[in-house]
Design a protein around this ligand. Sequence first.
Ligand SMILES: Cc1ncc(C[n+]2csc(CCOP(=O)(O)OP(=O)(O)O)c2C)c(N)n1
Ligand SMILES: CC(=O)[C@@H](O)[C@H](O)COP(=O)(O)O
Ligand SMILES: [Mg+2]
Length: 629
Amino acid sequence: MRVNMILDKINKPNDIKRIDPEEYEQLAQEIRQFLIDSISKTGGHLASNLGVVELTMALHIVFDLPTDKLIWDVGHQSYTHKILTGRKNQFNKLRKYGGMSGFPKRNESNYDAFDTGHSSTSISAGLGYASARNITGEDYHVISVIGDGALTGGMAYEALNNASSLKKNFIIVLNDNSMSISENVGGISRILDDVRSSYSYYDLKEDVKNTLHKLPNGDALVEKIKKTKSNIKQFIVPGQIFEDMGIQYLGPVDGHNIHKLIKIFNIAKRVDSPVLVHVVTQKGHGYAPAEKNPSRFHGIGPFDIKTGKSLSVGKGESYSAVFSRKICDIAKNDRSVVAITAAMPDGTGLDKFKKWFPDRFFDVGIAEEHAVTFSAGLAAGGMKPVFAVYSSFLQRAFDQILHDVCMQQLHVVFAIDRAGLVGSDGETHQGIFDLSFLSVIPNMTIIAPKNGWELENALEFALEHFYGPIAIRYPRGCAYTGLSEYAQPIEYGKSELIHEGSHICLMAVGNMMETALTTGERLKEYNIDATIVNARFVKPIDEDMICDIADEHELLVTLEENVYTGGFGEAVSRYTQMNGLNIRTLGIALPDDYIEHGNVDILKHEAGIDAEAVFDRIMETIADMKNNG
Ligand SMILES: Cc1ncc(C[n+]2csc(CCOP(=O)(O)OP(=O)(O)O)c2C)c(N)n1
Ligand SMILES: CC(=O)[C@@H](O)[C@H](O)COP(=O)(O)O
Ligand SMILES: [Mg+2]
C-alpha cells in the first residue's frame, strides 16, 4: 500500500513554501527516490541531480521565484528545480521528442530564468540580470548556481572579475562536489579540496573566532587579525581568493543539511555586494551505485535500480571507441602525438590514452578556448596535438581556431566527436554547425569519414601524412561498418566513388552515406540508377570529381548532417554556379534553425534528412526539372 507522500503536496510552483520544516528531510528523500525511479526508465543526468536536492529545496524556500532569478550553470542539475516548479508529471517524457527538456528553458517555464547547456555561463548571465535590475530600479535577487567543474571554465573568471565592481547583492552558489564529469582538475580544484579538508563546515569559521576570543588576550588577537589583514586571515576566511577579488565568501556549508543551507542563504540575501556561498555536496548522494561511480551516473541511459547496471544493449563499437583505439595505436609508435581534452576524457574516448600515455595527456578542464590555443602552442613546440572535443563545445573556440591555429598554419588535429544530431540533449548540444564555422577559416582541412575504418584512416592521414590544421568530424553512436570493401587510403582533397550510375548523383558527407545508400536503393525501384560518391573532404571540396559529375549527370544531390548555410552543399552549389557547370544541385541539409531534443531518427525525419524525406525531395526535384524542361 502506498503511504501518503510529502511529494504529493508538491504540484505547483512554491508549494514547497507550505511544507512543514520538519518534513524537509523526508521530502528530500522522496525527491531522490522519484529521480532514481524516473531516470532509471528515461535516462538522464542522475548523479548531479541527486547531489543538489537539498540545495535546490533551500533556494526555493528562501527565495521568491520567479521574481528572484535562479540561473543554473550547464543546467543538467535542474531536475529538482523542475519538480518544484510544477513539472513533476512531465518526467516520463524527459528529453523525449515533444517532452520536457533536460535543461532549463525559458520557453518551458518562467521559473527558468536563463537557458543553459554549455558550461560556465551562469555568472555572466546572472551579473547581466543584476546589472539590468540596478538600472531599472527593480528589487529582486539573482542567484547563479555553478559547479566546481564549471568553475574551471574561463568565462566564469571573466564574470567574477567583472562582478567584483557590483555594489549590490548578487549571489553565486558554488556547488562543490569535487567532480566534473570525471574527477575535477586544476589549481582552483586543489584550493577547493584544501578548503573542504581543512574546514569541516561554515560554523567552524565562527568557532575559530570564538575559540580565539576565549584565549588569554584573545579579543586583542581577533582585533589584530582583522586590522592587519595578516596571513592568518587565510586561516579564518577559507575563500580568500574570492574575498580578495571583492566577492564576499560564505561557507563551506554542508550541502545536504537543508536547515544550514536555509540559514546561510538568508545571510547571503542581506549582503550588499556579490557574495559566493560555498556549498559542499556529494555527487550521486543517496544512491549507492551513483555515489560509488558518479562519472558513470553523470549522464546515463535506462538502468536497473537494484544493481545500477545499464539496460541499454550495446550495438557495436562507437566512433569514440574507434578513435580511442586508433589514437593509442598511433601514439605507441609516434612519441610526438599528444592528446587534449576539455573535461571529456570518457565521452571522447581519451580515457584509454590517459592510462597508457599519462605524460602526453592533458585534461585542461572545461576550457575549450584554452585547449585550442594550448594545442597551438604544443604544435609550435614540435608536438602533434590531437584535441578531441564535442562539436557543439568547439563552437566557443572559433577565434582560437582562426587566430592561433589556422593563421599560423599549425599542425593541430581536431577530433570532432558528436558531430551531427546528438538526440536527447537537444538544441544546445546538436553538433550541426561545425562544417559551417570551420569551412570559413582559411587553411582548415575537414574530413568526414563514412565508416569506422575511414575514421582510423583519416586519423592516420592527419597525423602521419599531413601538415596543418585538420578536423575530422564523426557522429555520436555506433560506427558504421558497411562499405568495408571501399578502403582506398585517403588522398588529400579527393572523394571516393562508391557506385557509378547515371543522371543523378548522390554525394554524401560522413554518416549521411548510409542515407545515400538507402535512397539509392529506393530510386532503383523507379529505374533510377544513381551514382554514389563519398565526399570524404568537406574542405577542400573535390572540384575534379564535381566537374566529372556535372559532365555525366543532370542532378547532383549533396547530403550532410549540418545546417545548409555555410555547409558542404552550399559550397558545392556555389562552385557549380561560379564555374558555369551544367548541373542542377539539391542540398539535403538541416534548416537554418536550432533543433530540439528527441530521438535522432525522429529529428532526422522532421528535419527532412532521413532516407524517406530525401527520396521525396529528389522525386519532387525530378518532376520540377521535367516540368521546366
Ligand atoms: C562548454 C562545455 N564543455 C563541456 C561540457 C560537458 N559537461 C557537462 S557537465 C560537465 C561537468 C560539470 O561539472 P560541475 O559543474 O562540477 O557539475 P556537476 O556535474 O559536478 O554537478 C561537463 C564537462 C559542457 N556542458 N559545456
Ligand atoms: C550536460 C553535458 O553537457 C554532458 O553531460 C552531455 O550530456 C554528455 O553527452 P554524451 O552523453 O553524448 O556524452
Ligand atoms: Mg562538480
